[in-house]
Design a protein around this ligand. Structure first.
Ligand code: SF4
Length: 469
């Protein structure tokens, strides 16, 4: 299908859904209906939930965080870890009681977990009180699915096993008025052997740069200062476009947008981080001083079994290049401990990478078997007691390095985007530095949404303490 035809279909589809939203708004008017969304998993899911919230608000629903008060309860699910799935089944059991007390309550499920046949079969057989089930490819069809549910009174199940069009211009409800995520691509082609994402989010496809830039322009006009570009592997952005464009060129274009103050992106696969991207990062003044570069394991043997397609040496060489160009960049990473077949020597290679790179922070995980992935059937699954012991040793090292990193801020000034009243102390505001480090500072709530100059006076493992100047 040609690009022009795709754009026409996408626009027509968005218009169709918007028309249904207007019809539903008429139906819902005056009924004081409420929705409650719970989001599991990654930032892609969080951003999808913002789109769902946007559509429901346009229909006239208001939001509540109490399930007992809601007329529509929606779980946006994740299937990266099997125990997250078990939690959903547990919650559905509890919702049965709520539904008995309020027969008008609608229960909807969407997200990655729904893309698995086995889950769908279980839901159909055992959880018949669920009203709507849809997947990762057709979130934009929520208005139509809801309308069908209202009209027929019967459960609606709509799961696609591949994408059709990327539908643009649907409403979106931002959590913060001053910062927003923007999807630049969907899906992943990498098939890391522990990961279910390519099976449930499909192959890689990029949004057109014109649509991305148009969305960011509109967000900036609406008061957004900070944008996070989102994709499973942003470094391979643009390869599937009719006129290919690199991610480096995309960020150069975004950087030109007047009024935008901060730009971030995630996630970067090390194998696709090009020299041109490193150059673009150093040129673009709005790009924040941080890079999330998951290395997952230090041993090249383990990396091969993970199908990561880089060696330990290549990863370290890449980090050296990044640091040579941007010496003060905050590098963060993801690490998996206890992948099948990991020996103590392999684990020591992971510790060695952590010592050499000195990450500003690291997300550390104990490997957990994910049914449906190649790693789940590999020999030599590691005993939990061994993984836990390695995990604790890794955590000690990561924290020791992180404390040094946090202390290096003390006495310095830094720009902080003040985001909200602290969850732990109502007298403090919390914000983020360009390095994405959390800062607590005494300031008036009227300062929320501003980027202010803060002097750092103290440091803990996970946050800094500062003073407004
Ligand atoms: S790059 Fe690997 S870990 Fe990341 S989403 Fe793709 S398959 Fe999963």
């Amino acid at each position: 299908m040609g690009k022009r035809q795709e754009i026409e279909i996408s626009t027509a589809e968005a218009k169709r859904q918007m028309d249904i939203i207007s019809q539903l708004a008429h139906h819902i008017q005056g009924k004081n209906l409420k929705f409650c969304i719970t989001t599991f998993g990654c930032q892609m899911n969080a951003h999808d939930s913002e789109k769902i919230q946007g559509m429901l608000s346009k229909m006239g629903y208001s939001e509540t965080d109490k399930e007992a008060e809601a007329d529509l309860i929606l779980y946006n699910t994740c299937c990266v870890r099997e125990n997250a799935e078990n939690r959903i089944y547990g919650k559905l059991g509890y919702l049965k009681k709520l539904k008995r007390a309020n027969p008008n309550l609608l229960i909807a499920l969407c997200g990655c977990m729904m893309q698995q046949d086995i889950v769908l079969e279980t839901l159909k057989k055992t959880y018949r009180h669920v009203d709507m089930i849809f997947g990762t490819y057709n979130i934009y069809k929520l208005p139509e699915l809801l309308q069908t549910r209202f009209e027929t009174g019967k459960p609606v199940i709509d799961i696609w096993d591949s994408h059709q069009d990327i539908v643009e211009d649907l409403p979106n409800e931002r959590k913060y008025p001053f910062k927003s995520c923007v999807n630049i691509m969907y899906g992943c082609n990498n098939f890391c052997t522990y990961c279910i994402v390519p099976y449930v989010r499909g192959r890689e496809r990029s949004r057109n740069p014109e649509d991305i830039l148009k969305e960011i322009h509109a967000l900036v006009e609406d008061g957004v200062k900070e944008i996070m570009l989102l994709g499973q592997n942003v470094n391979s952005y643009g390869k599937t476009l009719d006129i290919p464009m690199t991610f480096a060129d995309l960020i150069r274009e975004v950087n030109k947008i007047e009024g935008l103050e901060r730009l971030r992106f995630m996630t970067s696969h090390p194998k696709d981080l090009s020299d041109d991207l490193i150059l673009a990062m150093s040129e673009c003044d709005k790009l924040c001083n941080s890079l999330h570069l998951p290395f997952q394991a230090g041993s090249t043997d383990v990396l091969t079994r993970m199908n990561r397609r880089y060696t330990k040496e290549q990863y370290l060489a890449l980090v050296s290049k990044v640091k040579a160009t941007m010496p003060h960049i905050a590098l963060t990473t993801d690490i998996i401990i206890g992948f099948p077949g990991e020996t103590e020597e392999d684990f020591q290679e992971t510790m060695d990478v952590v010592r050499q790179v000195r990450f500003a922070s690291a997300f550390t995980f104990v490997y957990s078997k994910r049914t449906g992935t190649p790693a789940a059937t590999m020999d030599n699954q590691i005993e939990e007691v061994v993984s836990k012991d390695r995990f604790n040793r890794l955590l000690d090292l990561v924290h020791e390095i992180q404390v040094d990193y946090m202390e290096s801020f003390i006495g310095h000034h830094t720009d902080v985007l003040l985001e909200e009243v602290s969850k732990h102390d109502p007298n403090l505001l919390s914000g983020r530095t360009s390095e994405s480090v959390l800062v607590h500072v005494k300031a008036d709530p009227s300062e929320i949404g501003k980027i202010v100059d803060i002097k750092i006076t103290g440091a803990k493992t996970h946050y800094l303490i500062g003073e407004c100047l």
